[in-house]
Design a protein around this ligand. Structure first.
Ligand code: HEC
Length: 121
């Protein structure tokens, strides 16, 4: 039973991440999308990928926050433009309900490599 519910949660995360794949990949080798690569984004410094041009809002945000904690990612997804005024990230309608955000953060944690896995909640 525990196993069944764990794999259900993983599927929910993968499904929810379909709303992100037009702009993001979690495969570290994919870097030709309009959004920054999300492999290891949990516990990574915001706005810190060298080959990605972030918004000024994201750069200012990074001065205030050492790393993307799960809680910060959840808050960003809830309303990207509220947290970072000029962020170009726009989410498909309905892709960021509280349930989906929980599944997305779990997905980024489980599939984002060792540092993301070890990132405290
Ligand atoms: C329309 C394109 C688009 C979609 C769809 C999108 N994003 Fe983004 N995302 C971006 C862009 C562009 C940035 C960089 C924002 C900035 O510079 O302010 C970003 C930044 C991020 C960051 C911070 C990355 C970093 O390196 O600091 C996270 C986390 C994130 N997105 C998660 C998601 C998730 C999860 C989804 C799906 C629910 C999603 N995004 C959907 C375009 C998108």
């Amino acid at each position: 039973m525990v196993l069944a519910s764990a794999s259900f949660a993983a599927d929910a995360g993968e499904l929810a991440f379909n709303a992100c794949t037009m702009c993001h990949s979690i495969d570290p080798k994919v870097n030709d999308l309009p959004g920054p690569n999300l492999a290891g984004v949990l516990c990574r410094k915001p706005g810190s990928l060298k080959d990605f041009e972030y918004s000024e809002g994201m750069i200012a945000f990074a001065k205030l926050h050492a790393v993307w904690t799960p809680a910060l990612v959840d808050e960003y997804l809830a309303d990207p433009g509220k947290m970072i005024a000029d962020t170009p990230m726009e989410l498909p309608r309905g892709s960021n309900t509280p349930e989906k955000r929980r599944a997305l953060v779990a997905y980024l944690q489980q599939h984002g490599g060792d540092a993301a896995k070890a990132c405290p909640n």
